[in-house]
Write a protein that binds this ligand. Structure first.
Ligand SMILES: O=C1O[C@H](COP(=O)(O)O)[C@@H](O)[C@H](O)[C@H]1O
Length: 276
């Protein structure tokens, strides 16, 4: 009897702690012992938000980023049992203006590593047209989003998966770049990306912050210092990743132990197989 009530108390305290953590910061920082465990929880999270969106709507819209996320997601998402992606709509949070066959192309990487392993109609993947000049390419991609979401306003994605570079950039929004001030456009071109290739197309902050759920994935010791700065603050203007704060949506930071090494604020460390 005593054991049962103690267990209940511990459970309640842990729930309360989780709840207050979320209220205090408006975001959940979740630390995993390995990239594999992070990846499998990420895949579960995508699948659970897809189920939620599809239980009330006609489709589940998911924005993908490039970089290290590609291999993490491509390994773990197809392993989710009974995953039905036929009503998913996939867009790209940013894309490099190179042919799809170029190893820098985010679409190209997902095509090779993921799209062949999940069943998703080709027409439900909204990619850029890389043969266009960068400005036209951004306009064309913004038009595709506008048509798919049937709106002239900012599209509201169900979920966006973001990465963060060691300089604090996310999407193709770089520190001190004028694009951080963009308040009207859904998508913008960039021709002077400090990280190659220089020409890219990116979602803007208003689009990112309109999403229902934003999930950052950040792994490795090279991200430790910048992660601390983004999550706990530091000198100078806020870094692009720190400007991501969905107006009405959820914000997750899924990180591994090396990336979390310098954090001193409270984080969650879920047990194996835990769901977010
Ligand atoms: O250039 C880019 O970098 C970021 C971060 O990539 P990571 O390899 O450090 O995780 C990525 O999110 C973005 O999509 C990409 O274009």
């Amino acid at each position: 009897m005593l054991v049962r009530s103690r267990e209940r108390h511990v459970k309640e305290i842990s729930l309360l702690r989780k709840h207050s953590l979320r209220i205090m910061s408006g975001r959940r920082v979740v630390v995993f012992p390995s990239v594999a465990e992070l990846g499998s929880t990420l895949a579960q999270l995508v699948s659970s938000r897809a189920e939620k969106a599809l239980s009330t709507g006609a489709s589940f819209s998911l924005g993908l980023s490039g970089g290290s996320l590609v291999s993490i997601l491509s390994k773990e998402l197809p392993a989710v049992p009974n995953l039905d992606c036929s009503r998913w709509l996939i867009g790209f949070c940013d894309e490099r203006l190179v042919p799809f066959t170029d190893p820098e192309s985010t679409y190209g990487l997902y095509k090779n590593q993921l799209f062949g392993k999940i069943i998703i109609p080709e027409e439900r993947i909204l990619a850029i047209e890389p043969s266009l000049p960068v400005q036209e390419c951004a306009d064309d991609y913004a038009g595709k989003l506008s048509k798919a979401f049937n709106t002239e306003q900012i599209p509201v994605f169900d979920m966006l998966l973001l990465g963060m570079g060691p300089d604090g950039h996310t999407c193709s929004l770089f520190p001190d770049h004028p694009l951080l001030q963009e308040s009207q456009r859904t998508v913008a071109p960039i021709s002077d990306s400090p990280k190659p290739p220089p020409q890219r197309v990116t979602m803007t902050l208003p689009t990112v912050n309109a999403a229902r759920c934003v999930v950052f994935v950040s792994t490795g010791g090279s991200k430790a210092a910048v992660l601390k700065q983004v999550l706990e603050g530091g000198e100078g203007p806020a870094l692009p990743a720190a400007l991501v704060a969905p107006r009405q949506g959820e914000l997750f930071w899924l990180v591994d132990e090396p990336a979390a090494a310098s954090l001193t604020s409270q984080v969650e460390r879920p047990g194996p197989g835990a769901k977010l």
